[in-house]
Design a protein around this ligand. Structure first.
Ligand code: PHE
Length: 383
């Protein structure tokens, strides 16, 4: 039936059919909103006679339904189109190669420390640590190096000032006189003292960490790494030391033909002291560890310092030296890494050069285990 609303309805339906999301909402408000023309038309029903209402009611409701249905249908079309557009833009080609992502690698020093921990854990050693900012007593005095001991001069120690730049007492000055001046530890040996004082005896520890000496050239850097070893128990003798070092070095270099030579030496904190050399052989112009260093074409290289813990040191640490004996050793971690993995300049260890790391670094998956081998790369040293 032709009514005054018919052109308006036709116009609305045509606009809805062509609307985008924004226009569609405008059409909904114009027709069905609080003040929309269909809403207002519905409100006129109340004032009508029952006869009028019988005709007008279904007509107006029919318009309302027609507009509402058209809006729903148009919204569905728009939603589908939006989804298609999104899917088209978010296409993921699973056949493409993975993009080049920056990857970190494990520094050889960290790798070697992990290897050492793995090897010594198997021998019943725990890992101990101590502060890099150490006091004079732990670094020297308790290790049997009194204030005037000449061995102190060999350490090129970095001392902290007792007073700051303005002449005020430095924060660490309280310790001066009791534990002595503060310094950067020159070796990991003070951890021997700390471990004995804290844990008592018996004791089996290794202590890897940073040490500092005022020294710098191709084979010396002001900061480098050592690992200390300490065993304290009853009846410990030099044979235990030799067996432990031999077992450690064979596992570390992954060679059964590692031969050690023990030479008498001197450290204030060990008595007797032994310097340990390891035999090498010439393989096609390249020095490779292994074999008796005295054989023709072979040689010895100095590797580490060690000895039986001086009874004075055991006393300083508060233990009874008549009951407890022990051995200790200290070795450069950077040096172990250079020997095992073939780097020739120690300074490169601390340059932070990504190319060096890419060449010598390890992936996080190179976890040292005794069963799979504690290091995956070739063993040997450069001639
Ligand atoms: N602390 C010594 C050094 O730095 C090494 C060492 C450790 C020697 C333990 C003997 C025993 O040279």
């Amino acid at each position: 039936m032709e009514t005054p609303d018919k052109p308006r309805l036709d116009a609305a339906l045509a606009a809805i059919a062509a609307a985008d999301a924004e226009a569609l909402e405008a059409q909904r408000v114009a027709a069905l909103g609080k003040a929309g023309w269909i809403t207002l038309a519905l409100k006129t029903l109340g004032a009508m006679t029952p006869e009028q209402r019988l005709v007008e009611g279904p007509r107006i409701q029919g318009m309302r339904a027609a507009v509402a249905d058209a809006i729903t249908a148009r919204a569905a079309v728009l939603d589908a189109a939006a989804l298609d557009a999104r899917l088209a833009s978010e296409v993921l080609d699973l056949t493409l190669p993975a993009p080049e992502a920056p990857r970190g690698s494990v520094h050889p020093v960290s790798q070697v420390m992990d290897e050492l921990a793995e090897i010594f854990a198997d021998l019943g050693f725990a890992v101990a640590t101590g502060p890099e900012i150490e006091d004079d007593w732990h670094n020297f005095t308790a290790l049997n190096m009194a204030e005037t001991h000449p061995a102190r001069a060999m350490h090129d120690t970095f001392y902290f000032p007792d007073v700051d730049a303005e002449g005020r007492p430095a924060s660490n000055s309280e310790a001066v006189g009791r534990q002595g001046r503060m310094l950067l530890r020159t070796h990991t040996s003070p951890v021997q003292i700390r471990a004995m004082v804290q844990k008592g005896a018996p004791l089996r520890i290794i202590a890897p960490g940073r040490v500092y000496r005022s020294d710098s050239d191709a084979t010396h850097t002001p900061m480098f790494h050592q690992v200390e070893g300490l065993v304290i128990d009853e009846g410990i003798h030099l044979g235990h030391l030799k067996w432990t070092l031999e077992t450690f070095l064979k596992a570390f270099f992954e060679r059964d033909d590692i031969v050690l030579r023990l030479r008498p030496s001197y450290f204030p904190f060990t008595e007797p002291s032994v310097e340990v050399d390891v035999g090498w052989q010439d393989v096609g112009g390249r020095r490779v560890l292994g074999g008796d260093g005295d054989a023709p074409g072979h040689g010895w290289m100095e590797l580490l310092g060690s000895g039986m813990v001086n009874r004075r040191v055991i006393e300083f640490a508060g233990l009874d030296p008549d009951r407890w004996q022990g051995f200790a050793f200290g070795v450069g971690v950077d040096r172990l890494a250079m020997l095992k993995y073939g780097m020739d300049d120690l300074r490169a260890f601390f340059d932070g050069d990504g190319r060096w790391l890419a060449h010598y670094g390890f992936t996080a998956f190179d976890q040292p285990t005794l069963s799979a081998g504690v290091g995956s790369k070739e063993t040997g040293i450069r001639a």
